[in-house]
Design a protein around this ligand. Structure first.
Ligand SMILES: Cc1cc2nc3c(=O)[nH]c(=O)nc-3n(C[C@H](O)[C@H](O)[C@H](O)COP(=O)(O)OP(=O)(O)OC[C@H]3O[C@@H](n4cnc5c(N)ncnc54)[C@H](O)[C@@H]3O)c2cc1C
Length: 464
């Protein structure tokens, strides 16, 4: 470990490793400090679940615009990233007896409208059909780079929706697909999603602008590690088990960090630029004074009660051959009741021989009373739904584990404050990760996109 670098990156999540790979490729001496013993950050939060070989539902949703931010990054820094396409989701209306429908990739507004019509017994009126096509075309014309940056990233969809359409059927449909894409109910989607978040979900999932992909043997070794390898090839240094205790700020300028090394020593390392990949909850401990433009984002994040409930189940025999993820919709409201993956069918390498692995997830109600009301019955309801979709599930389960996470990526879709990629109050201080804007994509790919953006910005500032 040297005492001075051009760039220090705090945290080896996907945002941090991509940023480090770019700065190293630009010839800047780069140190990447990760407090955990492994790279990958939240990509490997939960390894407690039965049967799952380490990684659970982290397929990357991220082959986004232009192939995805990580895809372009892999080309630009020449990282050895290989990936596998994941089948399209299918839709299942609970309790109606309707068969599961594989959602098509829709190439145009007309295609999307026709598909929507096919889900309902009565055709749309000609004027509503026209309104649909107009709205979808309008939504599709916004450059994707604008969806995840101000103003669209911080404007509530609810306040903006008339720009798209004044037809309530059109708005109802948008609320429904937003709810299904973010696994909450339609009212919550309307209340909390930003314009960019809602239209991004629509375009990403329904208008064919992105595909889901998976990595072998898992996201860390298949996606994250190739970027640390590329960084090392270009002279960057990775220090695992090394916690950054403080970002040194002198005269409103970031000057380096104080680290606790793997051996337990405390050292001060200086740098021309400091990039923080730590997320909302981790940032406050890094600064004596949190930069004032960062604090509102942390406050907004902590105020939003966003939690999922996920069941991970190991089955002793296959009960379904379904490789497509199943989005279970409430036929009355259109809201999402559950997203179910038969993971071992989609990516066989995740499961031990002969075992079937299923996980299913939904976002808990935002309303406190409602959250408490469902807490006693939700696990049971989740099992009922899975058994309805995949008969025989209950009888085949040998072990299962329920987990509740803070699905931070859902926060990306909201209109609440995010952290600016470049501090306005502290010079030479930058941020990357899925809590940062601008972003150019969704989920893992969004975090990746901030690594590209910030890495390139630093190179530009340094004339590289
Ligand atoms: C349960 C769950 C399921 C998800 N499922 C999916 C999915 O299926 N598909 C998808 O695309 N996305 C999914 N996501 C989202 C995805 O995991 C995240 O968006 C992405 O991994 C975030 O990356 P990041 O770069 O922002 O940072 P993080 O992964 O949060 O990395 C930050 C890193 O900084 C390190 N760090 C923090 N403080 C310090 C310090 N002081 N010193 C040194 N190091 C430090 C941390 O240890 C960590 O490694 C899921 C998230 C969760 C929680």
């Amino acid at each position: 470990m040297k005492s001075q670098y051009d760039v220090i990156v705090v945290g080896a999540g996907i945002g941090g490793v991509i940023c480090g790979a770019y700065t190293a490729a630009g010839g800047l001496s780069t140190a990447l400090f990760e407090k955990a013993a492994v790279v990958g950050g939240r990509i490997q939060v939960d390894k407690t679940s039965p049967g799952f070989t380490g990684h659970e539902h982290w397929v990357a949703f991220g082959q986004g615009w232009g192939g995805g931010a990580w895809y372009r990054a892999a080309r630009e820094v020449d990282a050895d990233v290989r990936f596998y396409e994941v089948p399209e989701p299918c839709l299942y209306y609970r309790g109606t007896g309707m068969k599961r429908q594989i959602a098509p990739r829709c190439a145009s507004a007309s295609a999307l409208t026709s598909y929507y019509e096919s889900l309902f017994p009565t055709p749309l009126s000609p004027s509503t059909r026209k309104a649909f096509i107009k709205a979808f075309n309008y939504a599709a014309l916004i450059p994707h780079e604008e969806l995840w940056r101000e103003p669209l990233s911080c404007t509530p969809f609810f306040d903006w929706k008339e720009k798209l359409s004044d037809d309530p059927t059109v708005i109802g449909f948008l609320a429904t697909i937003a709810a299904n894409s973010t696994q909450c109910n339609t009212d919550e989607a309307m209340q909390h999603l930003s314009v960019g978040g809602l239209l991004g979900a629509l375009r990403f999932w329904w208008m064919s602008e992105a595909h889901c992909v998976a990595f072998k043997p898992n996201l860390v070794d298949g996606l994250v590690r190739p970027f640390t390898d590329a960084m090392a090839r270009d002279g960057g240094e990775l220090f695992l088990g090394t916690e950054v205790l403080e970002v040194i700020v002198e005269n409103d300028r970031a000057k380096g960090v104080v680290v606790k090394t793997a051996a337990g020593d405390r050292r001060e390392i200086r740098a021309g630029k400091v990039v923080v990949n730590a997320n909302f909850t981790q940032i406050p401990s890094l600064f004596r004074t949190v930069p004032p433009e960062v604090q509102p984002a942390i406050d907004a994040y902590t105020a939003l009660p966003l939690h999922d409930l996920t069941v991970y189940a190991e089955l002793d025999r296959p009960v379904t051959a379904e490789p497509h993820p199943v989005s279970v919709a409430d036929p009355k409201t259109g809201g999402n009741l559950l997203m179910i993956w038969s993971l071992s069918n989609a990516f066989s390498w995740n499961a031990p021989e002969g075992k079937q692995l299923i996980f299913a997830t939904r976002v808990l109600p935002f309303d406190k009373a409602e959250r408490e009301r469902v807490s006693g019955t939700l696990k049971e309801e989740i099992d009922d739904i899975i058994d309805e979709v995949f008969p025989g599930y209950r009888g085949a389960v040998v072990t299962k584990n329920y987990a509740s996470h803070f699905p931070l990526w859902q926060y990306q879709h909201t209109w609440y404050k995010k952290i600016p990629y470049r501090s306005t109050s502290v010079k030479d201080l930058f941020f990357v990760g899925d809590c940062v804007e601008p972003q150019q994509s969704m989920t893992v790919d969004a975090a990746a996109s901030t690594g590209v953006f910030t890495g390139k910005a630093i190179r530009r500032l340094e004339g590289r």
